[in-house]
Design a protein around this ligand. Sequence first.
Ligand SMILES: CC(C)(COP(=O)(O)OP(=O)(O)OC[C@H]1O[C@@H](n2cnc3c(N)ncnc32)[C@H](O)[C@@H]1O)[C@@H](O)C(=O)NCCC(=O)NCCS
Ligand SMILES: Nc1ncnc2c1ncn2[C@@H]1O[C@H](COP(=O)(O)OP(=O)(O)OP(=O)(O)O)[C@@H](O)[C@H]1O
Length: 199
Amino acid sequence: MKRPAIIALTGSIGMGKSTVAAMFEGAGIPVFDADAEVRRLQQPRGDLIEPIEAAFPGSTGPGGVDRDALGQMVFGDKEALARLEAIVHPAVARARQEFLIEHGNAPLVLFDIPLLFEKGGQENVDAVVVVSAPAEVQRRRVLARPGMTPDKFAHILSLQTPDTEKREKADYVIDTGLPLSETEDAVIELIAVLQKRFS
Ligand SMILES: CC(C)(COP(=O)(O)OP(=O)(O)OC[C@H]1O[C@@H](n2cnc3c(N)ncnc32)[C@H](O)[C@@H]1O)[C@@H](O)C(=O)NCCC(=O)NCCS
Ligand SMILES: Nc1ncnc2c1ncn2[C@@H]1O[C@H](COP(=O)(O)OP(=O)(O)OP(=O)(O)O)[C@@H](O)[C@H]1O
């Protein structure tokens, strides 16, 4: 059965996945955003509220999952993070399958998957795009975020496949250390290459 070519977009914290995914979307490519799906499912009445509250008492409230509180419970505790992932990731996988069915006639779709290499998902996609910028650019961007500390940043980095390894494993690398307009030009060029490759 014909299905869209699945392009995975990944990259480490602050490398620009969301920004580049928005560029693909702006160019008409359907985008599945794993992180946005997690946020949706963690909102009030979302499917993940009950199981997360049961596993992490006090981590939800009237506003849904309190992500700062939950982050404090899981970042720094490998066992707790694994328990959270076991709740969240199957729900995301289901939503991704539904998305694929919904866009069954598109030639290309983009899956924005922050933990693609960490979870071995690269086997199930047709091409992998990695967003990457110099480490000092990444650091500056991430430390500018509210609530981020050098320790938290270092810890999250330690959980993620190193950028150099991601670049090596990528089919295509998008440089996000450039001015936005240059990255956007590179994205448009890449879409043309992908359309040709998967036509
Ligand atoms: C723990 C939560 C509530 C913290 O939310 P918060 O808004 O504070 O942080 P945010 O989601 O922006 O994550 C910050 C950085 O940590 C990274 N990160 C998030 N979860 C993980 C993880 N399981 N392993 C490694 N890195 C992670 C993100 O890619 C990002 O670079 C949230 O990250 C979450 O629900 N994580 C579990 C689901 C998950 O694995 N999501 C990532 C892929 S879908
Ligand atoms: N050329 C560029 N490409 C992408 N992002 C850029 C570029 N120049 C500056 N930026 C800025 O860098 C930031 C990248 O953040 P973004 O949320 O896209 O990263 P992310 O990889 O999705 O992060 P996280 O893994 O933490 O969710 C944005 O504020 C964006 O405007």
